[in-house]
Ligand binder design. Sequence first.
Ligand SMILES: Nc1ncnc2c1ncn2[C@@H]1O[C@H](COP(=O)(O)OP(=O)(O)O)[C@@H](O)[C@H]1O
Ligand SMILES: [Mg+2]
Length: 297
Amino acid sequence: MAKATAEFMSIADIKMGETGPTGRPWPKLPVPAPPDPSVPRRAQIIAMTNQKGGVGKTTTTINLGGALVETGRKVLLVDFDPQASLSVGMGVNLHALKCSIYDLLLRGTDASFDDVVLPSSVPNLDVLPANIDLSVAEMQLVSEMARERCLAKVLDPIRDRYDYILIDCLPSLGLLTINALTAADGVVIPLECEYFALRGMAMLTHTIDRVRESLNPGLSLTGILPTMYDHRTVHSREVLDRVLGEFGDQVFHTVIRRTVKFPETTVAGEPITTYAPSSSGAAAYRSLAREVLARRA
Ligand SMILES: Nc1ncnc2c1ncn2[C@@H]1O[C@H](COP(=O)(O)OP(=O)(O)O)[C@@H](O)[C@H]1O
Ligand SMILES: [Mg+2]
């Protein structure tokens, strides 16, 4: 089995065939060609899911979005957490928000997608914002017809407007997350490189399997993303080795290091790719974007 390497430079400096941070040879990740304008858009929908909080779901949604936009893709970020960290992290003023994803999810309002979607400071990167209203949706959804498909019904009609739709899930495996998994084509699981990282993974993969069997046969695991990796600690490396032992090639080659640049970008209200474009964190999410694009092909 490949062993996590003790140290790695910025991911941008690793060349094909060299040992990557996960101990596997670094794959060929070419600069992505822009999308072919003659092919009609049909967004791939990816849910960022882990029932643990604080593992990097929101950070990954925002920064993967920022990196995909740099490749010429048009991207929608969907805030599906009542905490609204994604909306705040993208600079949305929650107090000025008239309607949110909540208004699209449940019958009873006549808000349309265009009433809710907001442009961000980054061209081609839009946000479907959430606020605390979403916290009651879980309860209200229970009495809806086809209650697992409410988000899919919101997103399917706008697939032709984006290349990627990234859903930032809340830390739970309840009905909102089931809605995200039912709407999605792929799942990215951010996994914090710390001791209890693997706890709960069996429950999460079981939930994904159940949704695939009963609601969404097209759902696949895009990949597992190790986050908050601290190359100076033996501990982080041991956890990464265990994750690789358990999940093998389902683990992305890209590993996200722990750096204060990420909390800073949240305050700045924009992705790291525009806030600190030459940082190693920006390079890491660009590399993830290339892997995500390659795994779609
Ligand atoms: N690679 C990282 N290094 C350091 N801090 C990070 C990193 N990724 C995320 N964070 C910070 O950790 C906290 C939790 O991350 P977040 O993306 O909000 O997780 P989740 O959405 O899973 O709850 C946030 O304050 C965020 O800025
Ligand atoms: Mg979050």
